[in-house]
Design a protein around this ligand. Structure first.
Ligand code: ADP
Ligand code: MG
Length: 246
């Protein structure tokens, strides 16, 4: 075995996969640019780290389950004027995630709530956070299934592994009592532990009604609102406006 093959094999043993793949070109680069030994040593480490970060981001993007490709870059603040680019950009240092705070986007259909939630979620993944996107009804169905199998606790624990859970479209359709209770369990388990981005068409005054003034209504609302930033989004539906071509 040549020295190169031997070295590559050792890198693989150490699971330095990016290095074992790219060593030859890194050596050529070092020779061509006459790097110092220290510089070379540093480049090897940073190359492996960068590649690992990149593949982790790719993995986390897949896991996030975003329903469509929406990016903040494609968000038009001239159409949506009830939230500013500055307000959105201020979120992208992700202090709200580190502090376990929530975001609540409230507004009628078509004003860009889901687009923004995905856009922010996408940036969070790129910044190294773990994100999960779920439509509220899908999430509730998942919890119901887990509960029926006696695995609700386990599922809640799994959901707690994400830094950010995006719950889209809460309040559009009614939920059963058990569903509301499961949702409460989830929100309770994430409270001050993980962050939630919630999009909803209901403002807080109609939440009590949505939760049927249950025992869980007040605590759910209380836990979500506690440590949260609320954005009331208004304006016309973007879809409608596109359709009408104005
Ligand atoms: P909501 O979740 O508030 O019902 P969506 O985020 O699903 O609305 O927006 C509906 C459609 O219009 C999506 O395709 C979205 O990308 C687009 N859209 C909404 N608002 C904007 C905007 N301000 N700039 C660009 N696209 C927008
Ligand atoms: Mg939506």
């Amino acid at each position: 075995m040549s020295q190169l093959e031997q070295t590559l094999k050792r890198y693989r043993t150490l699971r330095l996969n990016a290095l074992s793949r790219d060593l030859v070109s890194l050596i050529s680069e070092a020779e061509a640019s006459e790097w110092s030994y220290l510089n070379f040593a540093e480049r090897l480490a940073s190359h492996e780290l960068e590649q690992r970060h990149g593949s982790r981001v790719q993995r986390n993007l897949k896991q996030a389950g975003f329903p469509s490709e929406k990016h903040l870059e494609g968000f038009d603040y001239r159409h949506q004027t009830t939230i500013s680019k500055r307000q959105v950009n201020a979120l992208l240092d992700f202090r709200f995630l580190d502090e376990r705070h929530n975001l609540i986007l409230i507004g009628p259909p078509g004003v860009g709530k889901t687009h923004l939630a995905i856009g922010i979620g996408h940036k969070a993944v790129e910044a190294g956070y773990r994100v999960l996107f779920r439509n509220a009804l899908t999430l509730v169905e998942e919890l119901e299934l887990a509960e029926k199998k006696g695995e609700l606790k386990k599922r809640l624990k799994q959901l707690g592994q994400y830094d950010l859970l995006i719950i889209d479209e809460l309040g559009y359709l009614p939920m059963t009592r058990q569903a509301r209770y499961n949702l409460f369990q989830l929100i309770n388990s994430l409270h001050e532990y993980r962050s939630i981005i919630l999009t909803t068409n209901k403002d807080f005054t109609s939440w009590g009604e949505f939760f049927h003034e249950d025992d869980v209504a007040v605590p759910i609302i209380d836990r979500i609102i506690h440590h949260s930033q609320v954005f009331m989004m208004g304006g016309e539906s973007y879809r409608l406006k596109q359709k009408l071509g104005s």
